[in-house]
Design a binder for this molecule. Structure first.
Ligand code: SF4
Length: 289
């Protein structure tokens, strides 16, 4: 993504955020605020409001003391080794991580305190930490998921300009298949009129099959608040001929119900064609036994 990035360091008072709904994971860990991947549909844009910045993709905040704070939390007697979701709001392997190298320190703590985790990313940088993830995978549950939306690189470059190319992301999954980690393919968001066609799903599922993923998790685009206005502006500018049809599907935050029913019929049929598992929870339960 060609734009000027400002890195801003910040201190936090705690690393982990406890979630009210404990399933499928109890805690969130986000190292960065803002994200350079620049996805047009990013639902986390709202989170910059609290920082007083309008530039979610350009003002990147780094929580420089997060490793110390994480250890304080993990070493308490009360820590029950619940699953930590890493990067649920912003991508932990975005470009800033190349220099800050915070994830290896986080992984070392997860190993030390035998703490299970989920990492989802759109980057290949996670491969840098292959050995640490491999080690963790032999101690407890670790899930590596790539979020992938399309096999069409032209579309990918428009909707996720800072992310890794699709084929590269599948290569990441294939590499992690060599570890004991669970590997997941997050097919999200499915974007009506851009990525919701049979040939796209067929291409993605055949690659996922080749990687031996443990599950496929699909999800449809959801638009509200800042994300809605940003995405609609992008869609109108880049796909003006499809805009009216698109907007008719998004009268509310979620896509039209009838549209979604038909979409999931197709997704399920193609997922079954490749015999891809659909349970996100099964590999977690099996490895946490
Ligand atoms: S990778 Fe995730 S956090 Fe980063 S811009 Fe894309 S959707 Fe937002």
């Amino acid at each position: 993504m060609e734009c000027e990035i400002t890195y801003k360091e910040m201190m936090v008072q705690s690393a982990l955020t406890e979630l009210k709904r404990k399933i499928p994971y109890g805690w969130d860990l986000n190292i960065y605020r803002g994200c350079q991947h620049g996805c047009q549909y990013c639902y986390a844009m709202y989170s910059h409001n609290y920082l007083g910045s309008e530039e979610f993709f350009k003002d990147i905040y780094i929580k420089t003391n997060i490793v110390d704070e994480l250890e304080k939390q993990l070493k308490t007697d009360g820590w029950k080794r619940e699953v930590v979701n890493i990067g649920g709001v912003t991508d932990s392997y975005q470009p800033a991580e190349e220099n800050y190298k915070i994830m290896p320190e986080v992984l070392k703590l997860l190993i030390k305190y035998k703490t299970p985790a989920i990492i989802s990313t759109k980057s290949t940088l996670v491969l840098r930490d292959f050995e640490l993830i491999d080690e963790l995978s032999h101690i407890t549950y670790i899930n590596i998921a790539e979020t992938i939306t399309t096999i069409d690189e032209n579309i990918r470059e428009k909707i996720e300009p800072g992310s890794a190319p699709t084929e590269e992301r599948f290569k990441v999954l294939k590499e992690f298949r060599k570890t004991n980690a669970s590997i997941g393919f997050h097919l999200m968001p499915i974007i009506p009129l851009l990525t919701d066609n049979e040939s796209n799903f067929d291409g993605l599922f055949s690659r996922a099959k080749d990687c031996g993923v443990d599950y496929v998790l699909p999800g449809t685009l959801y638009l509200r608040g800042k994300t809605r206005s940003h995405f609609l502006e992008f869609f109108k500018r880049d796909f003006p001929d499809r805009y009216n049809e698109f907007i008719s599907l998004y009268k509310t935050g979620g896509a039209d119900k009838e549209y979604k029913n038909k979409l999931y019929e197709m997704v399920n049929r193609l997922r079954d064609k490749y015999e891809l598992p659909k349970s996100y929870m099964k590999p977690m339960r099996e490895r946490l036994k």
